[in-house]
Design a protein around this ligand. Structure first.
Ligand code: FAD
Ligand code: NAP
Length: 451
């Protein structure tokens, strides 16, 4: 969506639009934000793409992801809170893209099956299946831009004895809602965003206990009673998990929050990015140009502090390369640049360093283009403050508000504290409820299940 918007923005300034086709395997756009109740396979028998769950709210402040050329104020017409539910964010990205009339370039329900590059003609052949008709087609392209995301193909480790566990074992990719975890003892393996957020959802929906199991390091938050972190699970025997510190505990459900793989099944190995989830995947000049073939680009391949506005910065830069507004340096200079960024990347000590690194990376891209520069240092500070608020109060950090660097607008306080808000719909989010019915429901539940 960022790439289409970037081309359209250039067209409005008088550039000739190249011939563009965007293949999207789902029936609508929005990627991860195009939520589905399905898991496993979609209605076409394809692997379900989105890893989002019904009650997902943004886990970072929206002031960190705001588009510089389509603000939240412009979309919603009034201040909203800093941590919107997923429907509100889908509405925002959909609104921006709809405004620019780029949907006409998208062939929906078209899955890219295989991409080949011909060294003689220097063109790609892209083979695609129309999922509605089953017909296959192929097209020739000078450039291919991969924007398929990298939080879809789960990393699924195995622990001894898992096959004897009588309850449900799922990966976070398949998780769709925490309501069924009420009164359950839940084990989450992993120590990053999915573990933290799904564990919190489980607690919010009344899980009896929530146990996190970490491999490298605990998240280290001050968890309330009933939530705790333990080191790695060694094995399972029936419903009992054995941890490496000797602890044994029984569970009703296990959720593997063990991350995702970069996986591009439609690309030959010489074109497919192979990387762990980090802020500077190797072999991408300026984080977007495939070193081995400069006609191939990747958007959003990085681990993400910044998201939507970083994708824009990347898309604007890729657009200018394709339109001939910018020239790529020689292969040697590209490697020198990649090495310099990698050297800095390897020296990053903590999350604050990573945030500054990503801010500098985006600044470098925006400086090459006409994308509106924004106050990246202040956004970096917002991300760092976000980290501190989580340390202070992991259950209630979503009640904090920030000020937009794009508009100067201070976010509104959501009408209901996040821990008490059990209706995640856009309608409820934008409403002005009277009385305190949610608090009443919550207090009723608290009375029924004292923690
Ligand atoms: C559970 C979860 C929660 C998140 N929450 C937040 C958040 O709160 N705030 C935030 O800023 N970011 C969040 N993110 C990060 C998220 O990655 C980005 O916000 C964003 O959605 C990434 O955009 P993308 O276009 O790179 O990839 P995606 O959103 O994954 O979109 C990729 C698109 O490619 C399509 N596709 C894939 N393969 C093919 C194929 N072979 N042929 C055709 N089409 C194909 C998919 O159908 C999909 O529409 C979250 C991610 C996850 C997994
Ligand atoms: N509400 C929200 O908005 C929300 C909710 C969930 C996720 N997300 C987004 O989704 C994306 C992915 O987050 P993620 O947490 O799924 O992935 P992630 O950040 O890549 O973290 C993966 C975790 O899995 C652990 N792990 C990997 N292999 C393991 C193994 N064999 N045994 C034990 N632990 C293992 C890793 O531990 P090590 O440290 O040891 O490697 C790490 O803690 C992020 O962009 C995040 O922001 C957002």
């Amino acid at each position: 969506m960022a790439q289409l918007r970037a081309f359209e923005s250039a067209a409005k300034k008088g550039h000739e639009m190249p011939e563009i086709v965007c293949y999207e395997k789902q029936d609508d756009w929005g990627g991860q934000w195009n939520f589905t109740w399905r898991n496993g396979t979609d209605k076409y028998g394809e692997p379900v793409h989105s890893s989002m769950y019904r009650n997902l709210w943004s886990n970072g402040p929206k002031e960190g992801l705001e588009f510089a050329e389509y603000t939240f104020d412009e979309h919603f017409g009034r201040p909203i809170s800093s941590y919107p539910p997923r429907e509100a964010l889908w509405d925002y990205i959909d609104g921006r893209a709809r405004k620019s009339d780029v949907k006409k370039y998208v062939k929906f329900a078209h899955a890219v099956r295989w991409v080949d590059f011909d060294e003689t003609s220097k063109t790609f052949t892209v083979n695609v299946e129309n999922l509605r008709t089953g017909e296959t087609e192929s097209g020739k392209f000078d450039h291919v831009i991969v924007g398929t995301g990298h939080f879809t193909f789960p990393n699924v480790p195995e622990f001894d004895g898992m096959e004897t566990f009588p309850g449900q074992i799922i990966h976070a990719h398949e998780f769709r809602g925490a309501e069924s975890l009420a009164d359950k003892d839940v084990l989450l393996i992993g120590a990053s965003y999915s573990a933290e957020d799904i564990g919190t959802q489980a607690y919010k929906m009344g899980a009896r206990t929530v146990t996190f199991s970490y491999r490298s390091a605990p998240m280290g938050y001050e968890w309330p009673e009933g939530m705790e972190e333990q080191p790695l699970v060694e094995k399972f025997d029936g419903s009992t998990a054995y941890f490496i510190n000797g602890l044994q505990r029984t569970f009703d459900a296990v959720i593997l929050c063990t991350g995702y793989q970069h996986h591009y099944p439609f690309l030959p190995s010489n074109l497919a990015l192979k990387s762990p989830n980090n802020v500077y995947p190797a072999n991408l000049y300026r984080g977007v140009v495939w070193e081995g073939n400069n006609q191939l680009f990747y958007l959003g391949a990085q681990d993400q502090w910044f998201t939507f506005n970083m994708f824009d910065a990347q898309a604007w830069y890729v657009r200018d390369l394709i339109l001939g507004e910018r020239e790529l340096p020689s292969r040697e200079e590209q490697r020198t640049s990649i090495d310099a960024w990698l050297e800095r990347f390897h020296a990053l000590k903590d999350s604050d360093d990573q945030i500054d690194f990503q801010a500098d990376y985006i600044r470098d891209l925006i400086e090459q283009t006409d994308y509106p520069m924004f106050d990246l240092d202040t956004v970096a500070e917002i991300f760092k403050r976000w980290g501190r608020t989580k340390k202070e109060d992991i259950l209630n950090y979503r009640d904090v508000t920030y000020t937009s660097v794009m508009t100067g607008t201070k976010a509104a306080q959501h009408h209901t504290p996040w821990m008490l808000e059990i209706d995640d719909s856009l309608e409820r989010y934008l409403s002005t409820p009277e009385g305190d019915e949610v608090r009443d429901i919550w207090e009723g539940r608290e009375a029924a299940q004292p923690r």
